[in-house]
Design a binder for this molecule. Structure first.
Ligand SMILES: [Mn+2]
Length: 370
């Protein structure tokens, strides 16, 4: 078998006679995945590091379906999920009572178990499976991948259920669950399986707001609701769990907004004192940079965060820009802006750490903006 790096785009040049199993294509259907699982006594489910709702939802749902089909729940599970931290705050709430193991990289996966089968969900890329690489490499003949991404390393498994039209991997995972349990439709799934599937669908679509929402997404959402999923409880679990300190800090950030009209920019700032007054911690300002983007004319947003370390004052900058052209102007390349300030990142989301106080950093930033 060819184990060279996978060529992209996914076109096979016939003259090279490349083994098709080494190209990132679908090779198996949901029923065959369920049959493959049924032939194996012990299954470990893996997903990408820093698992999100789709990663947790797909793995938990399949693990629960396997254990339900075999009557193995609790301490003697046939299937268990392994995750590489950090985990979302709500993960324990979603996972209970299913057996999960969370490793903190570079800590290795548990050596106690040598499963007969390994199901990898929501990724097929070595770069996202790094904490499990040493465990996986000698076991690639025992793996199956269920994924919806356009790229991956096909060498990780020759059995690949790839549904690249799916908004979330829980869509093909729901089909696998139905086959494992011999059900005709997801609306017959037990609620403890329907719920994690819904979490994956809801989070990978930004609570049904992103452009990947289509009829297929909403049909599965409807079926899972028919299965008894509590939509409001999940919304609260995912999006309504802030501490009040964050809301106070948001007030300070909004109050601080300065609009730079000729640059179509909004700049927010938070001082060390703001964090102290609000009893907030650094993570509490996450997502604030998205808020001013609700204003049409604002194309680029920055939040400046003044902090101190052993060397004195410094300012952290987070920058976001909108992806669309506006009034004939191209999107702002915030990576280029941040590079001028010694930082970098992506074209739409970037950051920098500047060894200046807030006011001086703000001047430098305004100069750097196009
Ligand atoms: Mn996903």
């Amino acid at each position: 078998m060819v184990v060279n790096p996978i060529p992209y785009p996914m076109t096979i040049n016939a003259s090279t006679q490349e083994d098709p199993s080494s190209v990132w294509t679908n090779t198996i259907d949901a029923k065959s995945v369920a049959d493959w699982i049924a032939e194996r006594e012990t299954i470990v489910l893996l997903t990408h590091t820093k698992p999100d709702g789709d990663a947790l939802g797909s793995t938990l749902a399949i693990a629960r379906a396997i254990n339900l089909a075999r009557g193995t729940t609790g301490a003697v599970s046939a299937a268990e999920c392994w995750y590489a931290s950090p985990m979302p705050e709500w993960s324990q709430q979603l996972a209970t009572p299913t057996k999960i193991r969370v490793i903190n990289p570079p800590e290795p996966p548990p050596a106690v178990l040598d499963p007969e089968g390994i199901v990898i969900c929501d990724t097929g890329s070595w770069s996202q499976l790094d904490p499990f690489k040493a465990f996986l490499e000698p076991r690639l003949n025992k793996t199956v991948i269920i994924d919806h991404h356009l790229q991956g390393n096909a060498v990780i498994s020759e059995r690949r259920l790839l549904d690249t039209d799916a908004a979330a991997v829980v869509q093909p995972a729901a089909e696998v669950c139905c086959h494992i349990l011999n059900l005709d439709s997801p609306d017959q799934l037990p609620i403890d399986i329907a719920t994690p599937l819904y979490v994956g669908l809801a989070t990978d679509t930004g609570w049904f707001k992103h452009s990947n929402v289509n009829g297929r997404v909403m049909r599965l959402a409807g079926q899972l609701l028919d299965a008894g999923v509590n939509h409001s409880a999940l919304f609260a679990m995912l999006y309504q769990r802030d501490r009040s300190s964050r809301l106070k800090l948001m007030g300070r950030a909004l109050e601080s907004i300065e609009i730079i009209k000729d640059k179509n920019a909004a700049i927010m700032q938070l001082t060390h004192q703001d964090f102290k007054d609000c009893k907030a911690c650094p993570g509490d300002s996450g997502g604030f940079v998205d808020i001013p983007q609700s204003v049409e004319a604002i194309r680029v947003v920055a939040i400046l965060n003044e902090q101190f370390d052993a060397d004195g004052v410094f300012t952290k900058i987070s920058l976001r820009s909108k992806p669309t052209e506006w009034n004939g102007q191209p999107p702002v390349d915030v990576n280029a802006v941040c590079q001028k300030l010694g930082g970098g990142g992506h074209a739409r989301a970037s950051g920098a750490r500047v060894r200046h106080n807030l006011e001086d950093t703000k001047k430098l930033l305004i100069e750097a903006l196009p």
